[in-house]
Design a protein around this ligand. Sequence first.
Ligand SMILES: Cc1ncc(COP(=O)(O)O)c(C=O)c1O
Length: 231
Amino acid sequence: MIDLATKLARIGTEPDPETGALTPPIHMASTYARDEAGEYSRGFVYSRLENPTRRRFEEALADIEGGESCAAFSSGMASAMTLFQALDPGDHIVFPADIYFGVRHLATTVFSRWGLKSDIVDMSRLDSVQDAITDRTRIVWAESPSNPQLNITDIEGVAEIAHAASAQLVVDSTWSTPYLMQPIALGADIVLHSVTKYLGGHSDVLGGALVFSEKTTLSERVHELQREAGA
Ligand SMILES: Cc1ncc(COP(=O)(O)O)c(C=O)c1O
């Protein structure tokens, strides 16, 4: 088993199999060539669907978080939006009172028009999380530490409540980073990152990602939306 610090220093920078380059090439192409038989035997067709640069990042982040798969997006908000789009009208989310305002605003304004329901609770109290669960709750959303108040969530406790209700626990782990916490090991089903923050690290990148602990209908829908809608 590779030590986390070693993994963080090296992952995603394996030599390029084609050239041996130690710095991974950034693939700029939007479109890929067919081979002689007209097939895409190398696996890449069009960059919205998949591309080697995004794949390298997704595989690295899935590995670091202990997830089964990862979907990368152009921002943290694009990640949240795609997750909301993967739900059905009438589905219900439990949000913490302190959370990055953009995520809650998106859910309660834009997505309320699409029939998404939500309730806001004091997530430091497990009984208030439990009380907010309905038979349509699909997601319990935690953000730990939260932005801006730096509230800490009992991830294991909230995961237990979510799973008892057949809901999934999403943890926005932007401010923890995978170095300080791996939510999947604590029971989370989905980890969200605003890659724009510590994962990018230098205020020169806007990005987002969702990591899934396992393949589910929701994870499949997110991967489908990533390919088809292109956020
Ligand atoms: C905790 C958290 N989640 C999500 C976001 C949204 O990410 P982005 O700005 O990359 O869209 C932010 C942005 O500040 C954030 O702090």
